[in-house]
Design a protein around this ligand. Structure first.
Ligand code: ZN
Length: 141
């Protein structure tokens, strides 16, 4: 299975197999250039949100490789393992879009959230319940 290609990104999700499989499915569906962008970045990682009552949450970030680079981290909530598949896939794609865009805009879209949604849509992951034809998002079919 091609999943091994992304095994380094899925390590943190090993104790939550349903979520690991959902993230794997989304990663494998992404355009080659997007997959390669993540694979080529040693400072890119995917983590499970780590929250404990009274302690708060913690996130691990890879150290940037050089002053010119940034480390990218996608942190996912455990509940994405049990929410509807369409919703979970959309959230995962949206977060990966933020990472691919280095939390910036996309094409003519300046707003980061709209940019991540628009890019995720072109990857086949629409925001559930959104009427794209009505709001005229790029990439809408
Ligand atoms: Zn977002």
């Amino acid at each position: 299975m091609k999943r091994e290609k992304f095994s380094n990104f899925l390590v943190a999700l090993e104790d939550c197999p349903p979520l690991r499989d959902r993230v794997s499915a989304v990663l494998l569906s992404l355009p080659e250039e997007v997959q390669q962008d993540f694979l080529d970045d040693p400072a890119f990682r995917i983590d499970l949100e780590d929250i404990a009552p009274g302690r708060g949450s913690r996130t691990f970030l890879a150290l940037p490789i050089s002053c010119a680079s940034v480390s990218r981290s996608v942190v996912l909530r455990r509940k994405l393992a049990t929410s509807s598949e369409a919703f979970a896939h959309y959230i995962i794609a949206h977060e990966l879009a933020h990472a691919f865009l280095r939390n910036g805009g996309w094409q003519e879209i300046v707003d980061r959230e709209e940019a991540a949604d628009a890019l995720a849509l072109t990857w086949g992951y629409p925001r559930p319940g959104t009427d794209y034809a009505r709001i005229g998002m790029p990439g809408a079919k």
